[in-house]
Design a protein around this ligand. Structure first.
Ligand code: PHE
Length: 455
């Protein structure tokens, strides 16, 4: 494919919304709260915010530079910018990570559809918190129901991917993101006024540093990469569709701010409610699915119609947020197969979709009948999550920062960040400094400490 027959995002807003659409998703609303719960609350959030600012934003700018400069898929990008070097393996690792995340992410995305159906049929009414826990357990360990939703979700993603970048991705992000945002703010307000919510707010605001270990740092770093869709060439692929005028630094900041805001607000929905109804914050991947229905039931107990409308709307928006993220993961792999192996987009997309159905099924069943099948003590679901979020993405981020900081000609970086000198970017020097020294050292230290490499 030549430069010119590649699609582009149509507008400045479209660029930001599509990238934010990739970043905002289950990572914010589902994964962030349960990792915060696992790692003890507020201190984790502070370390997470540090990772977003210090590692996430500069690396995002780095990915944008690579993507827009090369105008091709994640693996091709490294081949174009570093021909004949092993750098293309960084792109390939990212593509593999994207594919693996898509497999288990789609399982959880499928759960959101089940909850849309439950909300629509009004089945939250009259249930106690214990009922919600039991019915989620029953559902997630079921051998076929989650699989149907998994397949439905992957097909939805598939058809949008086949429609192409601009029509599919940009349009769906444009209307969904602002709606989700408003609803999350409203729900956070409701949740914080539930009886007993103060304990949850305290959990979010009062750091307990005694719980902080190397594990918490690895978790926070992994979550930052996961939530910002970084380290796997996803935003790099999107940047290949950016126009010459897109301001890379400003786009990265906007995406970072939107993403962080949604995650923190999701925390303010989940924890006050969880403490209010006596659900443990470390309940794991089911946390939001057992907590949220309580928010709708209790916060709107006087107005059942509002409870109904809000729950339906919320799960639809959550499913859409997940969809704009699965689209971005799918696009990374599809663009790679399409451009590098000259398959038609349709054929490439089908290969990705069907392979994901198979591996996704394995992940889904590993919460039920295949619970006993573990590798390194982890179920398939947890293994996919651990290997991607805590290993592959930070490694990808490490290599991307080294690539920009040490390998790529500074002239190219400057041209891209300043749009050929037409923009003043006061943070340019700082970004390059972070990519050169701070990010590689910080990521390596966390890895060395946590993986016990020097023991
Ligand atoms: N950032 C997305 C989310 O928070 C998940 C994602 C990860 C998307 C990696 C693309 C690539 O839901």
């Amino acid at each position: 494919m030549t430069k010119n027959d590649r699609a582009n995002f149509g507008s400045k807003m479209g660029v930001i919304l599509a990238s934010a659409g990739s970043a905002v998703g289950l990572g914010n609303v589902w994964r962030f709260p349960y990792e915060t719960g696992n790692y003890g609350g507020s201190a984790f959030i502070i370390i997470y915010l540090g990772c977003v600012i210090l590692l996430g934003l500069p690396i995002m700018v780095g990915e944008f530079v690579i993507g827009r400069r090369s105008r091709t898929n994640a693996a091709g990008a490294f081949r174009v910018l570093a021909p004949g070097t092993p750098w293309r393996w960084v792109g390939r690792m990212g593509i593999l990570a994207s594919f693996l995340i898509l497999c288990y992410y789609s399982v959880v995305a499928g759960w959101t559809l089940e909850f849309v159906a439950e909300a629509l049929t009004n089945s939250f009414v009259g249930k106690t918190p214990a009922d919600f826990v039991a019915s989620f357990d029953e559902f997630s360990t079921n051998s076929w129901r989650p699989l149907i939703w998994l397949v439905v979700f992957l097909l939805l993603t598939h058809f949008i991917i086949v429609q192409g970048v601009e029509k599919g991705i940009e349009k769906s992000s444009k209307f969904m993101m602002p709606m989700l945002f408003i609803l999350i703010v409203v729900l956070a307000g409701c949740s914080m006024t539930l009886p007993g919510a103060e304990k949850g707010i305290e959990f979010l605001l009062k750091p307990d540093w005694s719980k902080v270990t190397g594990r918490v740092f690895l978790g926070a770093m992994g979550q930052a990469f996961f939530s910002l869709s970084l380290g796997l060439g996803c935003l790099c692929t999107y940047a290949s569709y950016f126009s010459k005028e897109t301001n890379l630094t400003r786009t990265a900041f906007s995406v970072g701010i939107i993403d962080t805001f949604v995650a923190v607000l999701a925390g303010f929905i989940i924890f006050p409610a969880a403490f209010s109804v006596g659900i443990k914050p470390d309940a794991g991947p089911g946390l939001i699915f057992i907590t949220l229905p309580n928010v709708f039931q209790q916060a709107f107990s006087d107005a059942p119609i509002l409870a109904y409308l809000f729950s339906v709307l919320f799960y639809i928006l959550l499913a859409l947020a997940a969809l704009t993220s699965t689209i971005s993961m799918h696009e990374v792999v599809t663009a790679y197969l399409h451009e590098e192996f000259k398959l038609t987009r349709k054929k490439a997309a089908w290969m990705v979709t069907s392979a994901c159905m198979v591996l996704g099924t394995l992940c889904s069943l590993s919460l039920g009948v295949l619970k006993g099948a573990t590798l390194f003590g982890l179920t398939f679901f947890d293994l996919f999550d651990f290997v991607t979020a805590k290993l592959m993405l930070p490694f990808g981020g490490l290599f991307i920062s080294i690539f920009i900081g040490w390998y790529l000609d500074k002239k190219i970086t400057r041209q891209e960040i300043t749009n050929e000198g037409s923009l003043k970017v006061p943070t340019y020097k700082l970004i390059v400094f972070i990519l050169k020294y701070v990010a590689p050292i910080a990521i390596s230290l966390i890895f060395i400490h946590e993986l016990g490499l020097f023991k």
